[in-house]
Design a protein around this ligand. Structure first.
Ligand SMILES: Nc1ncnc2c1ncn2[C@@H]1O[C@H](COP(=O)(O)OP(=O)(O)O)[C@@H](O)[C@H]1O
Ligand SMILES: [Mg+2]
Length: 213
């Protein structure tokens, strides 16, 4: 497929959303093509409805494979409604989380197994893989501390997970980065936000010089 597909990954509190918000205007000034920013579940009604089911604190009975399937279903709809059309128009997509999140959270964190979750997601993505993934790495405690400091009211089902869960998620991300060194680049997200943004900007432009001025 044409276009350029860049994803941002990392544990909760790594700074994905903060980085994307400030990086977008910077990259827009330099890009040769239009840039579209998106995030899972993708802002379409079907994916949003699925997301509400996943995060509803009342759904304590949810099986971990059900959860993984629902994430993949929301992802599928997001791909069809937004990501694929934008890439087909030869534009740039910046996406906050994608399949690697499922591999880390459901595959490793919930211990379904990375390869099982990967296989199931292939059905949803039909092999659509990011061209570049920036993995924002922070120690689990720092990520959780940032969330606790800034998101006191929000306490959805996933935020209640223990530190050990987040450590499994981080280790899975690091292992994924090791096994896909060409696609996944590790960004040190413990640095000041402006430095993290500059590192991401530089990594993208250095990897795809033809796409930027
Ligand atoms: N590099 C950073 N240094 C200090 N605080 C940060 C940094 N990046 C993000 N934060 C703060 O941490 C919190 C979580 O950031 P957020 O962008 O929501 O992370 P994510 O989207 O990865 O979960 C926010 O309140 C944000 O202001
Ligand atoms: Mg976020």
């Amino acid at each position: 497929m044409a276009g350029l597909f860049i994803t941002f990954e990392g544990p909760d509190g790594a700074g994905k959303t903060s980085v994307l918000a400030q990086l977008l205007p910077l990259l827009k000034q330099q890009a040769q093509k239009q840039i579209i920013e998106t995030r899972e579940p993708g802002g379409n009604p079907i994916s949003e409805a699925i997301r509400r089911i996943i995060l509803d604190p009342k759904n304590t009975a949810m099986d971990k494979r059900t959860e993984a399937l629902l994430y993949a279903a929301a992802r599928r709809q997001h791909i069809v409604e937004k990501i694929r059309p934008v890439l087909a128009a030869d534009k740039i997509v910046l996406c906050d989380r994608f399949v690697d999140s499922s591999l880390a959270y459901q595959g490793s964190g919930r211990q379904i197994g990375i390869s099982a979750v990967a296989k199931m997601n292939e059905f949803a993505t039909e092999q659509l893989t990011p061209d570049l993934t920036l993995y924002l790495d922070v120690p689990s405690k720092l990520g959780l501390t940032r969330i606790a400091a800034h998101r006191q009211e929000q306490n959805d089902r996933l935020d209640q997970e223990a530190l050990s869960f987040h450590q499994k998620v981080r280790q899975a991300y690091l292992d994924l980065a090791k096994s896909h060194p060409d696609r996944i680049k590790i960004i040190d997200a413990t640095q000041a936000l402006t430095t993290v943004i500059a590192d991401c900007q530089q990594m993208i432009i250095r990897t795809y010089p033809a796409w930027f001025k």
